[in-house]
Design a protein around this ligand. Structure first.
Ligand code: NCD
Ligand code: ZN
Length: 335
C-alpha cells in the first residue's frame, strides 16, 4: 500500500539555532515542503534583521533542499504600524507567548487587557498578518488551556478581521471554541493525537513526552482526533517539534518539548490509516493550511509505503518520539 502526500506542511516548528539548527533543519526539510518557524530563540526574533538573519541561517542549514521557512516574529506591544508594514513581506505570522509560559518565553505578554494589545492587533488585522497564540494561563497545569479560552474569545470578538491561530490545542474546550468564532483556527500536534497524560506520567516518567501544553485526558484526545481525522477545515498539522539535547530532557528539571519532525509523516500516516481516514491526511497536513494562510508552498511529493520503519534511538543527541520503536509506514521517496 502506498500513500502520496503533496507538499506536506508543518505549521508550528522549532528549529533553534547554531549547532542544533544544523542537526534538525535538514530533518524537516527532507520531507516537508514548508514550515512555520517559531521565534522563541534567545533573544526572541523581534526585528527585521533578526527575521532575515534567522531565515538565512535556516536556508544555509538545509543546503539545496526545497523547503520554505515561513518566518514568524515574537509578539511585542511596542511594534508600530510602520514597522509591521515594513516587515510584512518577511513573515507569515506573529507569535504571541504569555510571559514565562514555556521555553524562552520570558519576554512574552503578561497583560492581556485588550486595550494594551489593541494597537498591534489592529495593525495586524489591517495588514492581514495572522496571530499565532500559545494559549495557556499560569493556572493549574491541566487547566491552563481551558482557562485561556475566554481570552481567545475576547480577541476573536474584538478583532474580527484578525486570523487567530490557537497553537497546539490539547483540549475539547479549544476544539469547541473553533466553531464558535469564524476567525479562530488551530494547529494540532502529532503527540497530542497519540498520547494522554497517562503516557507521560501514568507509569514510569517519560521525559521525552513532556511538553507544553501537557497532554490531557482521553476525552480531550478524542476531541482532537475527531477534528483532525475529519480534516476539519479550520485545523492544520503543526508538529510543535521542539528539540532539546538529551541531557536537558533526561534531567531533574526536564525541558518541555517533544521531538517529532523526522517521524511525523510516518506516524500521521499510521494513525490516520488505523482510523480508516487516510484520505483526509492530505487536507490535515497541507491543504487546510494553504487555505487558511493563503500560501502556495513549493511542490513536493512524499511517497510513503505501508512497511515497517524503525525509529532511530536518536538523531545526534536529540531523542525522537517513538525512539527505537517500529512505525507501520515509512518514507520511500521524496520528489
Ligand atoms: C517548546 C520549545 O521547547 O520551544 N516546548 C514545548 O513544550 N512545546 C515551546 C512551546 O511551543 O511551548
Ligand atoms: Zn511550540
Amino acid at each position: 500500500m502506498k500513500l502520496v502526500l503533496k507538499s506536506p506542511l508543518d505549521m508550528h516548528l522549532h528549529l533553534r539555532d547554531a549547532d542544533m539548527l544544523k542537526i534538525v533543519a535538514p530533518l524537516s526539510a527532507e520531507s516537508f515542503s514548508a514550515a512555520i518557524i517559531m521565534p522563541n530563540l534567545i533573544p526572541p526574533v523581534s526585528t527585521k534583521e533578526a527575521v532575515q538573519g534567522y531565515r538565512k541561517r535556516i536556508k544555509e542549514a538545509i543546503g539545496g533542499e526545497k523547503f520554505e521557512p515561513l518566518m514568524t516574529l515574537f509578539f511585542r506591544t511596542e511594534y508600530d504600524y510602520e514597522f509591521l508594514e515594513e516587515i510584512k513581506e518577511d513573515i507569515a505570522a506573529i507569535k504571541l507567548y504569555p510571559a514565562g509560559i514555556t521555553t524562552n518565553s520570558e519576554e512574552g505578554i503578561d497583560n492581556f487587557s485588550l486595550d494594551a494589545l489593541a494597537p498591534v492587533l489592529e495593525s495586524m488585522s489591517e495588514l492581514g498578518i495572522p496571530l499565532c497564540v500559545h494559549g495557556e494561563t499560569n493556572g493549574f497545569v491541566m487547566d491552563r488551556e481551558a482557562e485561556f479560552i475566554p481570552i481567545y474569545e475576547r480577541l476573536a470578538k474584538r478583532f474580527k478581521n484578525l486570523k487567530i491561530i490557537m497553537e497546539h490545542i490539547t483540549t475539547k474546550d479549544a476544539v469547541e471554541a473553533l466553531d464558535r468564532y469564524e476567525n479562530l483556527y488551530a494547529t494540532i500536534t502529532l503527540h497530542h493525537l497519540y498520547i494522554t497524560l497517562d503516557d507521560v506520567a501514568g507509569g514510569l516518567l517519560k521525559p521525552h513526552l513532556f511538553c507544553k501544553p501537557i497532554a490531557k485526558r482521553p476525552e480531550d484526545r478524542m476531541a482532537l482526533r475527531r477534528v483532525a481525522f475529519s480534516a476539519h477545515p479550520k485545523v492544520m498539522f503543526g508538529s510543535d517539534s521542539a528539540p532539546h539535547p538529551r541531557e536537558k530532557k533526561e534531567a531533574p528539571g526536564c525541558a518541555a518539548g517533544v521531538f517529532t519532525a523526522p517521524i511525523a509523516l510516518q506516524a500521521l500516516a499510521q494513525i490516520f490509516h488505523e482510523a480508516g481516514v487516510l484520505e483526509n491526511l492530505q487536507k490535515f497536513v497541507s491543504d487546510n493550511a494553504q487555505n487558511i494562510y493563503k500560501i502556495k508552498p513549493p511542490e513536493k511529493e512524499v511517497v510513503l509505503l505501508y512497511e515497517d520503519f524503525e525509529v532511530p534511538q536518536s538523531y545526534s543527541d536529540v531523542v525522537p518520539m517513538f525512539a527505537g520503536e517500529k512505525l507501520k509506514w515509512r518514507i520511500e521517496s521524496v520528489l
